[in-house]
Write a protein that binds this ligand. Sequence first.
Ligand code: SAM
Length: 216
Amino acid sequence: MVSFDIVTIFPEVVDAYKSVGILSIAQKKNLVEINSHNLRKWTTDKHKTVDGTPAGDGPGMILKVEPIYKAIQDLKRENTIVAITTPKGERLVQPKLREFSNVKDLHMIILCGRYEGFDQRIYDNLVDYEFSIGDYVLAGGELPALVLVDGITRLIPGVLGNSDSLNEESFDNNQLEYPQYTQPENFNGWKIPSVLLSGDHKKVEEYRNSLKKKVE
Ligand code: SAM
C-alpha cells in the first residue's frame, strides 16, 4: 500500500483535507494510508520547542534539526523517500506525480515547514526530495504536502471510480484538456457546441483535439 507520513505543527490541516473526497475514498479502499504527525511529539523540553533564532542573526525563526531528525528516525522504513516542502525546491510537475504513483509500496515522509523554514542541515543530511509547488511563498508546507499527496493518490490504480478520467488529462503529451460541458444544453443563451450533441464520435474527437492547447 502507498503510505504518507506528514510531519507538521498543524496536523489538523492535514486531517481536515484527508477526510474528504478522493483522499477519503482511497483510504477507505485501503489503497493509501495518510498519517499526520505533530512535530512537537519529538521535542524533549516542557515548551515543546520546534524552532530557534537564526545563527548569525536575521528575522524570524528556523525549524530545528533535532525534532525532525527524531521524527525521521521513528517513521523511516527501508524504502522511504523523505520529501521536504520548500520554495527553493524542484517545481512539482505531473510527470513527477506519475513517477511516484508507479513506485511499488511507496512510503513518503513529508516535512512541512513554517516560520522562515528549516535548518540547512536537514536538507543536507536527511532529505531525498526537495519540492516546490510554484514560484511564490506560502506561510507553511501543509498545502504543498497535500498537493503532493493528492496528486499522487488520484493516479494510483483503483482510486478513481472511472480510470478513463486519467486518460487525456491536462499535461499528458504536453497538452491541456479540451473544454467540457454538461446539461443544460442552453443556459442564459450560452449553448453547448452542437457538435458535442451530434452523436458523431469521430467529429467529437476531431473537435476536441482541435481545442487542446499545447503546454508552453
Ligand atoms: N524563508 C523561506 C524562503 O524565503 O524560501 C520561506 C519560508 S515559508 C514562509 C515557510 C514554509 O512554507 C517553508 O519552509 C515551506 O515548507 C513552505 N512553503 C512556502 N512556500 C512554498 C512553496 N511555494 N512550495 C513548497 N513549500 C512552500
